[in-house]
Write a protein of this length. Structure first.
Length: 202
């Protein structure tokens, strides 16, 4: 009887140890995944839907598997210094008057940091997107993915609309949102819509 009790107690202890090891491994796996740095982040709206949406009629949702080519514009760095440089650039008598920077110099001094580029790229890849162009110092990250991935990643619904002149287009019905940790890095997201405000020649 005593041996039976010891066997049951030992089996229970072994089971608890196995369960604890499994949960710990899952926690460590999550902590090292691309999702970890954004876990628990609140989401912040970025921009607004196209103005044409409010003057058009929604006629359906876009196929979730439809592929979209998109891009993210990152914010520049050292904005105050950049504004001062631009002012001096066009001020006669300034030592910087007409002293234009080469693209590489501009990227080094005012372009997005390599860390910012990596953070945003990591988030996009974690959402299942294919990042096709991301060069440190440049403002643009090109990526592609399905409508379903876009809706999940940016918290939007992509619909098809009919404008008052009869032409159809697709667009996000609400402003896209991103994790608050990424919001200071991103200026805008392009490719969520192909809406174009058509103007007739006078």
């Amino acid at each position: 009887m005593l041996r039976s009790k010891w066997f049951i107690w030992g089996s229970s202890l072994a089971l608890l140890l196995c369960l604890g090891t499994f949960l710990l491994s899952q926690r460590l796996t999550f902590a090292t995944s691309p999702w970890a740095s954004f876990a628990g982040n609140t989401r912040v709206a970025l921009g607004s839907p196209p103005s044409l949406v409010s003057h058009s009629q929604a006629i359906g949702s876009v196929d979730p598997q439809h592929s979209l080519a998109l891009s993210v514009n990152l914010n520049l760095n050292n904005i105050a210094e950049l504004q001062q440089y631009i002012s001096e650039l066009y001020t006669p008598g300034s030592y910087l008057y007409h002293h234009y920077l080469r693209p590489a110099q501009f990227a080094t001094q005012y372009g997005p940091s390599a860390q910012a580029m990596q953070q945003v790229s990591n988030y996009l890849r974690a959402q299942g997107f294919s990042v096709t162009h991301a060069i440190p110092g440049q403002q643009l990250i090109d990526f592609s993915g399905s409508v379903a991935q876009v809706q999940q990643a940016f918290g939007v619904q992509i619909n098809t609309y009919r404008a008052s002149d009869g032409h159809t287009f697709f667009a996000n019905s609400t402003a896209p949102s991103v994790p608050s940790a990424l919001h200071p890095l991103i200026q805008n997201i392009n490719g969520l819509s192909n809406a174009v405000v058509r103007q007739h020649a006078p």
